[in-house]
Ligand binder design. Sequence first.
Ligand SMILES: NC(=O)c1ccc[n+]([C@@H]2O[C@H](COP(=O)([O-])OP(=O)(O)OC[C@H]3O[C@@H](n4cnc5c(N)ncnc54)[C@H](OP(=O)(O)O)[C@@H]3O)[C@@H](O)[C@H]2O)c1
Length: 288
Amino acid sequence: MNKRLKIVITGANGFVATNVRKYFSEKNIELISISRNDFKEFKNEQKIISKNYDEKTILPIIKNSYALIHLVGIGNQSVETDFHTVNTELTHHILNLSKKAKIKKIVYTSGLGVSSNTALGYFISKYNAEKLIINSGLNYTIFRPSYIVGKTDLFTKYLKKQIKNKMIEIPGSGTYSIQPIYINDVVQVIFKSIIESKFKNKIIDLVGPDYISFIKYVKLFSKGNSKIKKINLENSYHNAINNPKSSFGVDDLNILIGNFKGNHEKLRRISGIDFKSIIELLKSGILL
Ligand SMILES: NC(=O)c1ccc[n+]([C@@H]2O[C@H](COP(=O)([O-])OP(=O)(O)OC[C@H]3O[C@@H](n4cnc5c(N)ncnc54)[C@H](OP(=O)(O)O)[C@@H]3O)[C@@H](O)[C@H]2O)c1
């Protein structure tokens, strides 16, 4: 890929965005990365700092870029920030900016479990964002990720912190399952979705090859060196509802208990990537 292909990334300071920016920068791609707060640029990167993604600041710089990767999103809400405003309305604003800037392609990370049947506020906000993208007329790829794991995602950081105390607390029985995907694989898929036409106008589950119970994941992660304390699910929800600082928010719990399973085979076929087994990664201790 050559330097003429300019790529815009929103939510630049986030976990996925930081990894995508690093990978793209190493591939010599020209980046324009937008964040609400200052950050250190990678090679080939121009930064834009904007609290509210205002058109005046952003439009002249992103004009005629090839693609925009929209990585802004929240998974927990508060009186200051709610799902509709951040996940749906801001996406609407970004789509308008993209059209004005004559950007051709948009890549979006929605969520595994998003569907027209959903009853969860988080998923509804992502579903509505998906609809806006689909109806925008732009070439799009929408990914629906399960847990994206690496060394610095929130979930991994939570587990590392608990391991230090030799006690990992898990909500409920832990028998519900997740389908984590490794961040190093995610950045490759996102890259391919921009340069390969088979990703055009597709919605694809972003899930790893292993569908494993939460308790098994935690046991493999801690390599048996920590006790696992099961917190009664009612107590977990009670804490999530009443304590904004609780480790698992209401929507985190809803998603966990939802047991969502995605189509890894489709992702493997379309991307041609040999995805890392999360079970093998956990056994190797690479995430610790
Ligand atoms: N990580 C996962 O396992 C996972 C799973 C499913 C879906 N996703 C989705 O993938 C995307 C990236 O996830 P992530 O793990 O990288 O999340 P993250 O680390 O929380 O990053 C999200 C970024 O969104 C921006 N943001 C948050 N609130 C905002 C607001 N009120 N206004 C403007 N920007 C705001 C922030 O960017 P700045 O600080 O740079 O402004 C933040 O760093 C999100 O849409 C998330 O919902 C992630």
